[in-house]
Design a binder for this molecule. Structure first.
Ligand code: AMP
Length: 238
């Protein structure tokens, strides 16, 4: 069995073949997908693929893609399936994904889910979907205090995870920013998009051959929740 750089051994999953883990973190904005991804990247030694971060990077660079999506993102609407499917397919061709990866914020529509599962199954990936369940009031509280480092993407929260120095990233000292789409009116749009386009995927995953776990993500501190996720995965710590 292969041991990846984080010292984590990938176990054989039922069926006998050592297969690679495609971990899909699923849940509404503010459910902790980004925070969990960052912890799990460290623990599993596999990369995070955040479509939100990839799209924000396009906007930051002022690319043609960035210019075409800026308005939709600022208003809390989803960008086109074709575009995100293409970005993800390109990202999955990078060699660092060969031992597994964590998807954060993708898929978000039925069409994206179908494209993704169509890519994963024939290539021998084990898709595990973790649905982070959080109630509406907690989401609003989390998002309204959220700050992010524009440099490394680390997320903070005024109450639950403040930086050591107010307003500054612990890792690189960058000034923290509030994302444009974390403003209250936009958050409501994002939650509507989630309810209408993304939440129905839970039923889709239930009916697919992939593994779906639902976890209450309202109460536990991030490190505790991450342990619970790790306990569900077909990987074994050495
Ligand atoms: P996130 O950082 O995951 O909350 O995503 C921020 C914004 O990026 C979303 O509100 C959408 O506008 C866009 N976005 C991110 N991922 C996707 C996706 N899979 N499909 C469509 N739009 C996305």
């Amino acid at each position: 069995m292969a041991v990846n750089p984080a010292g984590v051994e990938r176990a054989a999953v039922p069926g006998g073949n050592a297969r690679r883990l495609a971990l899909i973190l699923f849940g509404p904005p503010g459910s902790g997908k980004g925070t969990q991804s960052k912890i799990l990247v460290e623990r599993l030694g596999i990369p995070q693929i955040s479509t939100g971060d990839m799209l924000r990077e396009e906007i930051r660079r002022g690319s043609a893609i960035g210019r075409s999506i800026e308005e939709r993102m600022k208003s809390g609407l989803l960008v086109s399936d074709d575009l995100v499917n293409r970005l993800v397919a390109e990202r999955l061709r990078q060699p660092d994904t060969a031992g597994g990866f964590i998807l954060d914020g993708y898929p978000r529509t039925r069409q994206q889910a179908e494209v993704l599962l169509g890519l994963l199954a024939p290539a021998g990936w084990t898709a595990v979907v973790i649905h982070l369940v959080v109630n509406y009031n907690i989401i609003i509280g989390r998002i309204s205090g959220r700050r992010q480092c524009p440099q490394c993407g680390t997320l903070y929260n005024d109450t639950s995870r403040p930086p050591r120095v107010p307003g500054q990233c612990d890792r690189d000292g960058e000034a923290l920013v509030v994302r444009d789409d974390d403003r209250e009116s936009v958050v409501r749009e994002r939650l509507d998009a989630y309810r209408q386009q993304t939440q129905p995927l839970i039923e889709f995953f239930r009916q697919s051959d992939d593994v779906l776990y639902e976890l209450d993500a309202s109460q536990d501190p991030p490190a505790v929740l991450a342990e619970k996720i790790l306990g569900l995965l077909p990987v074994k710590k050495v």
